[in-house]
Design a protein around this ligand. Sequence first.
Ligand SMILES: [Ca+2]
Length: 142
Amino acid sequence: MGQKSGKKQKDFTQLLDEDINRLTKNTSYSREQIQEWHQGFLHDCPYGKVDKKTFIDVYKKFYPEGKAANFCTQVFKAFDSDDNGFIDFVEFIVAVNITSHGDAKDKLQLAFEMYDMDKNGKVISKEYKTNYLSREIKTIFH
Ligand SMILES: [Ca+2]
């Protein structure tokens, strides 16, 4: 779809074996969990990556009173480890894992639900999410 030829572009929708190996090595998640998250990630992000605008839009739902843009720019930068302007699945999982110290599975799930706004998966109160996420983000930047 109108992609420039000559430069090989990664297909962000594909979860390669090397990606899975990297994630199972660097996180506490199993291969099955990672594949499951990947399915959910693609459901919400069909191109397999999140750009800054989408990311900020999602965050605005948690922080409707403003400050979202500044705040999100920082978080986005932290997640986008190769600085290419997109958060891909591997970056997302690695970043979430970094912010998770004990209860990794629950925290991943919670973070993932940021991208799960349109699905009626689990019911967690908005207030709880907001408090939880702001605490997590403070941890990253302290
Ligand atoms: Ca990136």
